[in-house]
Write a protein that binds this ligand. Structure first.
Ligand code: DGL
Length: 268
């Protein structure tokens, strides 16, 4: 099916997932929606997060998307059940990768850096009980990190200082895995590598989510079988679009083709 795959996040964080989706499915067309005007979602209530997700989904459905990837841990852990119950379209969500971290941890201590909204959600606690009850999980709220990243700050001294204050207690707890439970945080990998001893592995959910999306598309016979042509990638956002050139300059993501536009929320 030629229809695009919709991807959304509270801002640019979900581009770390989009990048993996493109690698896994280079022929598919994608529409990415960055709800930067409403970022961060992390400190918002479940009801507010659900309302924002519905707005994003309605916007993507109006553009004929065949499947939607909720490229945001906070949105997934608070709203995915609601979305699945209220829309016909298939949804793929993203959760902190505590399962593989717990499976491979030797020190039996893992760190999870995520938003308040994710860490306080019942879905996160359920996943923890199901897959990681044999390890000690050290949770840290990444307060303020999303705001820095949304401003295009991936490496300033003040950001490094905040990040250091979050990871130092985890190092003392002898964690051997740090789970990045927010799709914005892979942009901090360079800083994190400077701050963490090399024995600590950093893990995120991008690749497994991309593989799962491909699997569901083919199970539902929604995949686009055109091997000869690269897909088109459209980026829409309601925030400061200058950040996009920064993403491209950093070569973190390569857009096949890019259409940048500011969304007028009143026209949605
Ligand atoms: N990228 C979102 C996530 O994965 C950030 C949430 C926020 O806006 O606070 O949780």
């Amino acid at each position: 099916m030629k229809q695009p795959i919709g991807v959304f996040d509270s801002g640019i964080g979900g581009t770390t997932i989009l990048k993996e989706l493109i690698v896994e499915m280079p022929n598919e067309n994608f529409i990415y929606y960055a709800d930067s005007a409403n970022a961060p979602y992390g400190p918002k209530s479940k009801e507010e997060i659900i309302a924002l997700c519905c707005k994003n989904v309605d916007w993507l459905l109006a553009r004929n998307c065949k499947l939607i990837v909720v490229a945001c841990n906070t949105a997934t852990t608070n709203a995915i059940s609601y979305l699945r119950a209220n829309y016909q379209i298939p949804f793929i969500g993203i959760e902190p990768a505590i399962k593989p971290a717990a499976l491979h941890s030797k020190t039996l201590n893992i760190g999870v850096l995520a938003t308040q909204g994710t860490l306080s959600s019942p879905l996160f606690h359920k996943t923890m009980l199901t897959h990681a009850s044999h390890v000690k999980i050290h949770e840290v709220i990444g307060k303020g990190l999303v705001e820095h990243i949304e401003r295009g700050d991936f490496g300033s001294a003040s950001l490094k200082k905040i990040l250091a204050s979050y990871v130092q207690p985890l190092i003392k707890e002898k964690i051997d895995y740090l789970v990045l439970g927010c799709t914005h945080y892979p942009y901090l990998k360079t800083l994190l590598k400077e701050l963490l001893p090399k024995e600590i592995s950093i893990i995120d959910s991008g690749k497994p989510v991309a593989r799962q999306t491909k699997k569901i598309l083919s199970e539902k016979r929604l995949n686009y079988q055109n091997d000869n042509k690269e897909g088109e990638i459209y980026f829409f956002g309601n925030g400061d679009i200058k950040i996009l050139s920064k993403i491209e300059n950093e070569h973190f993501i390569e857009f096949n083709s890019l259409l940048v536009d500011n969304i007028d929320e009143t026209n949605l």
